[in-house]
Design a protein around this ligand. Structure first.
Ligand code: ADP
Ligand code: ZN
Ligand code: ZN
Length: 746
């Protein structure tokens, strides 16, 4: 059937045009066009990119002056009906524009049809010299390009490389082409990530009893016709990956496809190898460290059915499969599964939705399930399988908790407690390796008494109060409760109460001072900005060219260091006192994960956690590796304060460069929302507006408003109408509002 009309969503992220427009399809395009094609369409007096979301044979007669699609700008359909439905669901659920959701599900590198454009001189070198001499001196950039090509043996370079090398644009190169001095060559290059790595093929292992049970359950769920989700709980090294692999085998046998999601930071060649080793060329790799071209090639292999398994980060959940059977999310509790730009989706929930559309299965794997996930297991919404011990019965490492208040009393003011310092010296002497971990997340702005561990908290919200550098006050960024920064500790009257913050650099300096012979590597955002630098540090440490690896969360994940026998946590308090109701959960998860980093080789390891809060349940229970007990305590606390999973939240961030305007708009919006709640008698709370915990970020002032309700639909509608009223009655200028449904950090 050849359709005459198409519905097109144009790439203009404004609310008024966030609906499909109808266009006529020129006769010559009717055979080719499908849902998911990228097109150029006339819009007002310009032409815009758009995506086809529907095809029709006729239209209602009252639509006049229908315009024609100008041309197709993709070579194939970028999404099918199922992915379109998923994007529509995302736009609706996360309150973002449909166009934004669509751009999120399509591959980013799709524009390059031919893989590389290579440029070459048209004349021989001596001839070229003549031509060069003839050229006007005004064309000095063009001359520079030719000069550069000549110096590079006649030249044969990618356009973009060449333009960059002589600091010019592709326009200059085009003009040389038009003058007939150079020519282009298009070369097909298959970009195959990890192609240089050889993968040994592996056979399925004989499963142990718990693995067998887990796989049986998965197979049963895969066989049923409706969608399902199973939590596979098991510590690192308990054999989860082997269960994934055998479940995937089953899916492939059925002629279906599988998606495996792994946090970006853990997507190392070693991880990839385990999947490629079992399934070979059927495996595609998909994550943001690949170039656009590489990503597109892998996307194409999936689209064409050449790859049937994808191993990737968050965005691989949108893999272009037509017969999806299984989605696996490893380390499902990881915060990186929440997208931080619009649409701010939670991968777990998108996966569940996609499984529903495909009658497929989701497996969530982790040692420390997100509280929401375990709650769903308790409620009977998720199936459950447990791997209770490590494969070779290797014990989990012993964990020692050091009370830093005692260290202060013993007059030790160093960052390193006596026991940690002694353990470090001991490992250095034995040529064993050490990981020092600083659980910092972006910023830390709480006030702590180093004498007794007291932290000022909001009496209403049970989160720590946030220090405001510009004032002398502490504030709750949920309810705006305020307090002066005290001079003495309200609990023990000591003067050691102050702003608490420590960075990796400071720890590095201290370590150099105390352990002058140690070779120290530091890994944090500052030392890993260059491409490949992250892996370089890992390799250096793995080769044992360093004794101590010091770093943030980045080092807690995914890497196997067999010679590491000591992990030290410098201070557990940083995540614990994060002004977030999930602070205890994140602390428990991190500490448990860090503890899994040691004792993977022949020698058993040891973990030392330093803290001013040694009796806190999240620390004590991480020490005992006791998730169940932690869950029981934490879920009670959530229920008592009516936090998720017992309620739903939407976080609105109002931001802009003009401090006064941001505050004004935030207050306006707050008033509108409150008025709505009252008028419509909604069961919803409006918290704030208050300055956000990160009150200023990259030149932008930030305020936040939190909406809370037992009924997500009520606050979604509240938000929608609130923003509409604000938009209609105010000039927002450069102030923008970011919507985060189900926020995970706030
Ligand atoms: P996890 O994914 O839970 O961290 P892995 O699947 O990586 O655990 O298993 C840890 C180690 O145990 C791996 O080296 C794996 O090859 C091995 N292993 C897993 N299952 C078995 C099994 N049934 N028999 C023998 N070795 C196994
Ligand atoms: Zn005190
Ligand atoms: Zn509060």
């Amino acid at each position: 059937m050849e359709c005459k009309y198409a519905k097109v969503v144009v790439d203009l992220p404004v609310s008024e045009v966030d609906k499909p427009f109808t266009y006529a399809i020129p006769v010559e395009l009717r055979k080719e066009i499908e849902i998911g094609y990228e097109v150029k369409v006339p819009f007002g007096n310009r032409s815009l990119t758009g995506y086809v979301v529907g095809l029709m044979d006729k239209i209602e007669t009252d639509i006049k002056n229908i315009k024609e699609i100008i041309k197709l700008t993709s070579y194939l359909s970028l999404f099918n009906e199922e992915i379109l439905k998923l994007a529509e669901w995302m736009a609706n659920y996360y309150q973002s524009h449909l166009i934004t959701a669509l751009k999120c599900v399509i591959p980013s590198g799709q524009r390059k049809k031919k893989e590389k454009r290579i440029v070459k001189l048209k004349y021989s070198l001596p001839k070229m010299k003549e031509k060069l001499a003839e050229m006007s001196s005004r064309a000095y950039k063009q001359k520079e390009v030719l000069q550069y090509l000549m110096e590079n043996q006649g030249g044969h370079l990618r356009t973009s490389t060449l333009a960059k090398a002589v600091n010019t644009t592709s326009g200059t190169i085009r003009r040389l082409y038009e003058k007939g001095l150079i020519r282009y060559e298009e070369v097909d290059v298959r970009r195959n990530p990890y192609s240089e790595v050889d993968f040994d093929s592996t056979n399925p292992l004989t499963l142990n009893q718990e693995q067998r049970k887990a796989l049986n359950k998965a197979e049963k769920l895969l066989n049923q016709s409706e969608a399902s989700t199973m939590l596979l709980k098991g510590v690192t090294g308990s054999g989860k990956t082997e269960v994934y692999l055998q479940a995937i085998s089953k899916v492939l046998d059925e002629g279906e496809e599988a998606i495996v999601l792994i946090p970006e930071i853990s997507l190392t060649p070693q991880t990839v190898e385990r999947f490629k080793g079992r399934f070979g060329r059927q495996v595609a790799i998909y994550h943001s460290r690949l170039s656009n071209g590489e990503r597109y090639d892998e996307w194409l292999r999936m689209k064409k059915g050449k790859a049937k398994v994808v191993v990737g980060a968050r965005s691989a959940v949108f893999a272009p499969f037509n017969n999806l059977g299984l989605i696996i999310i490893d380390e499902e509790h990881e915060t990186s599964y929440k997208q931080s730009s619009h649409p701010k989706y939670q991968t777990r929930d998108v996966a569940t939705k996609r499984a529903e559309l495909n009658e497929a299965m989701v497996i969530l794997g982790t040692a420390t399930p997100a509280l929401e996930t375990y709650y769903r297991v308790q409620e009977g919404e998720h199936e459950f399988a447990n791997l209770s011990k490590r494969i070779d019965d290797k014990p989990l490492p012993p964990v020692e908790v050091i009370d830093m208040r005692e260290e202060l009393k013993a007059d030790n003011r160093s960052m390193f407690s006596k026991p940690l310092a002694t353990a470090i010296e001991d490992r250095l002497a034995k040529n064993e390796q050490i990981i020092l971990f600083l659980n910092r997340r972006g910023f830390s702005t709480f006030v702590l008494c180093r004498e007794c561990g007291f932290v000022l908290e909001c009496p209403n919200c049970d989160v720590s109060l946030t220090y405001h550098a510009d004032q002398v006050s502490l504030r709750c960024h949920y309810c705006d409760h305020r307090k002066k920064v005290p001079d003495i500790c309200p609990q023990c009257q000591s003067r050691y109460i102050k702003y608490f913050g420590v960075g990796t650099q400071k720890v590095e300096e201290a370590a150099k001072d105390e352990f002058p012979t140690a070779r120290i590597l530091r890994m944090d955002v500052d030392t890993t900005t260059r491409k490949g630098s992250h892996q370089a540090i890992i390799d250096e440490f793995k080769n044992q060219d360093a004794d101590i690896l010091l770093g943030t969360q980045m080092i807690a994940k995914g890497h196997d260091f067999v010679n590491v026998t000591l992990v030290g946590v410098i201070t557990a308090d940083i995540t614990l006192n994060f002004p977030d109701f999930r602070a205890a959960e994140h602390t428990f998860q991190l500490l448990t994960q860090v503890a899994g980093r040691t004792g993977r080789g022949e020698v058993t390891g040891e973990v030392i956690i330093q803290t001013y809060n040694s009796d806190h349940y999240s620390i004590q229970l991480a020490k005992e590796h006791n998730y169940e007990a932690f869950y029981d305590l934490e879920i009670n606390f959530r229920e008592k304060l009516n936090y998720p999973p017992f309620s739903n939240l939407i976080n609105l961030t109002i931001k802009g460069e003009d401090e006064v305007e941001v505050g004004r708009i935030a207050n306006k919006l707050g008033a509108i929302l409150n008025q709505q709640v009252e008028e419509e008698e909604l069961k919803a709370e409006v918290w704030g507006p208050v300055p956000a915990p990160l009150a200023k970020l990259r030149g932008n002032y930030r305020w936040q408003i939190i909406l809370k309700s037992d009924n997500l639909d009520q606050i979604r509608r509240l938000n929608e109408s609130g923003l509409e009223i604000l938009d209609n009655s105010n000039n927002l200028g450069s102030v923008t509002i970011a919507v985060d449904v189900d926020p995970i950090e706030m």
